[in-house]
Design a protein around this ligand. Sequence first.
Ligand code: TYC
Length: 99
Amino acid sequence: MDTKTDNELDSELSLMTPKRYKVLLLNDDYTSMDFVIDILMNVFHKNYQQAEVIMLEIHRTERGLCGVYSYEIAETKVMQVHKLAREQGFPLKAVMEEE
Ligand code: TYC
């Protein structure tokens, strides 16, 4: 009988499981606090109170978690942040990291 080891089963399951990606915003000295709050509400669907907490966390610690998504959705969020920031003349950066 073909019996798979626990390690083989674990690695098959992990190959089948789609990876998830954190999207983080980075602090800078020029982007306005209000613009970061707008981004968190409009791109990451936070309410005002949640957005303010996350923005202040980034301001204090240099980066903060905005959400966790599939690769394609995370990539799209990063591009949306950069496009909106560029349009308003802000240097705001977003990055994605495997969870
Ligand atoms: N540090 C910025 C300021 O003092 C505010 C800021 C917060 C900028 C979060 C970027 O991701 C950021 N205006």
